[in-house]
Write a new protein. Structure first.
Length: 445
């Protein structure tokens, strides 16, 4: 049986199980019956079932047959990514931390405790954030090439909350949103929750296929374009200045709002100007301090056209009333005193070190990623299986992510994403060697 035909049969059965066309508990045909139905050898049918079992989709019971498992979507394989086991090496989520960050927090808490502003932090805050906090964020954004008034800034509980209130404020159920065919899973979660119609745009080596985006806008009423022009997650792409200009031109011609996610932009030195800097009247810019400071510091911000600000403010009131004043006060102190700039520089260096380590340990594999990114995309050979690879790595206490959480099209590529920021360098080096060994063995399975 040709490898491609074998792969298609595994894919078809896996898809039937995941979508419920084959219900949990259903008995599958015997090996001989499957072989007869598909015109394959019995030994090949046995191999198909063995692979489905390795993927965790079926179970074999001696003397009874092969059955569809009643399972939840495994960690890292769907929208709802589960927590990584405490004894596993986490290449699934990114929470990069640097030595000394806890000491910075202790010092900041002491400073807040002795400040004359303490009593005000115990009261409700303005929904969009205190004026002085929004002014701090505005000064920070100017260093990113974004000149904006504090009145156009709203403080959120992290970038994910910023995206959520943007969807609530600017979109309705059924609205068409153009997204990359591989995109940030958190936006997929929002699209599912708010019943948005995501239209995937193919991703080229340089970024989104803007010809495809323009064809989509010409044929469907696209309400928004969600994009990560500076350090795309998961591919690490940085959109060129020319493509940014063209994307803005398409948006101006056809009318969609641009939702620009800048969460990882701090890792890129001297990128082209953000979209919001060039087109502030049609762009909502969302970012935060979780990636560049600490994931537990849930302070995000949204920069929006004046016409959208009132709706965003109502969305904040509906979801959280206001961002916790204590964490916002600490974050803004760090924005003003240079702590954030210092941490960003150190994390860029750290990310470059980790990317160099990846390129050393996985040399010869088709890696995709930015040289100062905290993640790497690894496409797999045609005969390899991402589900099988991740299952094998999970048994070795290594957690990685398949392409499925990032995929918005009907085709899920065989690939994995390696998050590099959540383990020490020595552990990362040894783990990458294991990933390489397992990937090579899987490709020849």
């Amino acid at each position: 049986m040709a490898a491609s035909r074998y792969k298609k049969l595994v894919d078809a059965l896996a898809s039937d199980i995941r979508t419920g066309r084959l219900a949990p508990g259903a008995r599958l045909p015997t090996h001989r019956a499957l072989a007869a139905r598909e015109g394959i050898a019995v030994v090949t049918a046995t191999r198909v079932y063995a692979e489905l079992e390795t993927m965790g989709l079926v179970s074999r019971e001696q003397g009874r047959g092969t059955f569809v498992r009643d399972i939840a979507v495994p960690a890292g394989h769907g929208i709802d990514q589960q927590a990584v086991a405490t004894d596993a090496v986490d290449l699934n989520f990114n929470y990069p931390a640097l030595p000394g960050q806890a000491d910075l927090l202790r010092q900041a808490l002491r400073e807040v405790a002795t400040s004359g502003d303490l009593d005000s932090l115990l009261r409700y805050q303005p929904h969009r954030g205190r004026p002085q906090d929004r002014a701090s964020i505005a000064r920070h954004l100017r260093r990113r090439g974004i000149t904006t008034d504090a009145d156009r800034i709203l403080v959120a509980n992290g970038a994910q909350h910023g995206l959520a209130i943007t969807v609530m404020a600017a979109l309705d159920a059924g609205d068409v949103v153009a997204v990359d065919a591989l995109t940030y899973p958190g936006f997929k979660v929002l699209a599912h929750a708010f019943h948005l119609d995501l239209e995937p745009i193919p991703v080229t080596t340089d970024g989104p296929d803007l010809d495809a985006l323009e064809r989509l806008c010409a044929t469907r009423p696209v309400s928004a374009v969600y994009t990560m022009p500076t350090l795309h997650n998961p591919l690490g792409r940085v959109m060129s200045a020319t493509d940014r200009t063209r994307l803005i031109g398409i948006a101006r011609q056809y009318g969609p709002l641009i939702i620009e996610d800048g969460s990882y932009a701090y890792l890129v030195e001297d990128p082209p100007p953000p979209l919001v800097a060039t087109a502030p009247d049609i762009t909502v810019y969302v970012s935060g301090l979780s990636k560049n400071i600490a994931t537990g510091l849930r302070v995000g911000f949204v920069v929006a056209p004046p016409s959208v600000v009132p709706s965003l403010e109502r969305a904040i009131r509906a979801t959280t009333w206001n961002t916790p004043a204590l964490t916002t006060a600490i974050a803004c102190r760090w924005l003003d005193d240079g702590t954030v700039d210092h941490l960003e520089a150190r994390k860029r260096d750290d990310a470059r070190t980790r990317q160099a380590l990846v390129r050393q340990e996985l040399a010869g594999l088709p890696l995709i990623g930015h040289p100062s990114s905290y993640f790497t995309w690894l496409p797999l050979p045609d005969n390899a299986r991402a589900d099988r690879l991740t299952a094998t790595l999970a048994r070795l206490r290594i957690s990685v992510t398949t392409a499925e959480p990032f995929t918005t099209s009907t085709h899920t590529p065989q690939a994995i994403r390696l998050a590099l920021g959540s383990t020490d360098l020595d552990s990362l080096r040894s783990t990458l060697r294991t990933v390489r060994r397992v990937a090579v063995e899987d490709a020849h399975a």
